[in-house]
Structures are given as C-alpha cells and as structure tokens.
Design a binder for this molecule. Structure first.
Ligand code: PAF
Length: 289
C-alpha cells in the first residue's frame, strides 16, 4: 500500500531546526525556498527545482514585517495558507515553515544583517530599510533550515544580488540558486502583488515588460548607449497614463552603479513603476559580446 507523504506545517524555529539536524545527520541534502506566501507559478518553479535538486525541501511562508516600510502594504499583503499548502504538497515539499512574527522576533531582538553599497541604489532609494529586513530574515531562515541550497527568483534581481553578496561576504556555506522570471501570457512578470491591480491597471501593467522588450531589441540591434536605453524605456512607460516611474536604471551587474555612456560590461536593466498604487518591478540582464 502506498503511504502518502504528509506535509508538515511548523511555526517554531526550534521544531524545524530539530528535524533539519536529523536530516543532516542522515546525510540528506536540504533545499530552502523562502517566500512570503500567496504562491504563484513563479514560486512553483523555485519549489519544483528545489524538490528536484534536494533530498528534503523546506518552504518558508512568512510575511516579514521588518522588510516593509511604515507606509507599505504589510497589513494588506495577500495571504492564503490553504492554497499555498496544496501547491507545496503537490510539489512534494517536506516542511512549510510558517512562523508568527513573534516566533521570529522575540521581545529582545536586536541583531540585523546589513549589506552596504548595492542596497543603496534602485529599490534601496525608495525602500531604505527593505534590504536589511530581507538579509536579516534570510540569514535566520538559512540557520533554521540548515539548507545546502536556497532558491530565489530573478524578478527580484537586486534582492538576489544582495543575498549572493551577503553569503559570499559572511562565508555562509550555502549555494544560492537564481531562477528565471515566470511571466503571464501577455508578458507581465508573475508577482503576488499583481492581485492588487484592477482590470484597467492589469492591462496597463504590461507596459513594464513591453518597454523592456523594446530595450532588448535595441541592444540586439547594436545600440550600446545606456542613456538611449533608459530614455526608450522611460518614454514608453510615460505614455501609459496609469503609470508613475520610480526608477529606470541601467547598472553594472556587480557593483550596481549606474552606467554612464557606453555599455561595455554585463549590466542589469531594471525598472520599478507604480501602476495606480501598486509598485511593480521587472528587469533583464544583458552582456555585450
Ligand atoms: O522575495 C520574497 O518573497 C522575500 O523578500 C523573502 C526572500 C521571502 C524574504 O522575506
């Protein structure tokens, strides 16, 4: 008789740590997929890969309060643990780690992990405390899950770069796996925040991926001026009345410093745009031959 594997949903860091210790003693590899829940096909692709590449998989579902600014959407961030659990179960996840804020941040909590420089550009300008919140919680999740590999989406390209910098700088013994952006049929990058868009805004939101496609085409046709790339994207987005640009950037993919003049090294072309009140991000990487 086949016995169905039942997924465990645990809220206490010590419970996950105890099981992860047993796994490690038994020589099993552990994959971690950190999420804030309301899982979509982008998350599914990370979870799928983690399950294929590891003996055991932990998915964390935690809307991390310390990565939200005071005027951001912490209270309204979408949540659906039942649907998330079903998706994780389908993919073969072993543990969902679903703590309460007080399980992660006790009354005397006073330790933070901060990455400098690359957190000060792009999203770091309008969200100055965001990345410290991310690196702090991600460090905790690494320790709790004892993961050998952790999976992050390339849609959050700056987050991925910040986490790679942190693990390298702090000699963390974990492999960071970046996974490609998953898009809707019309090009919009999948995001839990797409839920906030009304039908008119949802249509308008395709301007992000369309503007990046125009920039990609220019680069493929030989354009190398970072200014022309920025201007092309800015003009296309500005023509959409529901849009409000936070940034349109062409940055060096290692230093995250703005490229002035010609693109001669690998770059990240990254944008953040409000459609109505919803802030969306998108990007692509480009390496000149
Ligand atoms: O990308 C996210 O969903 C979050 O920033 C993360 C990595 C789960 C940390 O809270």
């Amino acid at each position: 008789m086949m016995t169905e594997k039942k997924i465990k949903i645990l809220s206490k860091p010590s419970e996950v740590q105890a099981i992860a210790s047993e796994w490690k003693k038994a020589g099993l590899s552990v994959g971690l997929v950190p999420t804030m829940g309301y899982l979509h096909d982008g998350h599914r692709s990370l979870i799928h890969r983690a399950c294929a590449e590891n003996d055991r998989v932990v998915v964390s579902i935690f809307v991390n309060p310390i990565q939200f600014g005071p005027t951001e959407d912490l209270a309204t961030y979408p949540r659906d643990l039942d649907a998330d659990s079903a998706l994780c179960e389908e993919e073969g996840v072993d543990i969902i780690f679903h703590p309460e804020p007080e399980d992660m941040y006790g009354p005397h909590f006073s330790t933070h992990v901060a990455v400098e420089k690359i957190t000060e550009t792009l999203c770091g300008v309008s969200r100055p405390t965001h990345f410290q919140g991310v690196t702090t919680v991600v460090s905790k999740l690494f320790h709790i899950s004892k993961a050998d590999r952790a999976y992050f989406g390339e849609k959050d390209a700056q987050q991925l770069a910040v986490i790679r910098r942190m693990t390298e700088d702090l000699n963390m013994d974990i492999e960071i796996v970046g996974c490609p952006i998953v898009r809707e049929e019309d090009g919009l990058a999948k995001s839990s925040r797409n839920k906030y868009l009304n039908p008119e805004e949802r249509k308008a939101a395709t301007v992000l991926s369309r503007s990046l496609s125009s920039a990609k085409k220019l680069l493929a046709d030989g354009e190398r001026s970072a200014d022309v790339i920025r201007r092309t994207i800015t003009e296309e987005i500005s023509a959409e009345p529901l849009s409000d640009i936070d940034y349109v950037s062409v940055v060096d993919s290692v230093t995250f410093e703005d490229i002035e003049g010609e693109i001669t090294t690998p770059v990240l072309v990254a944008i953040a745009v409000r459609i109505g009140t919803t802030r969306l991000i998108d990007n692509f990487s480009y390496s000149p031959q």
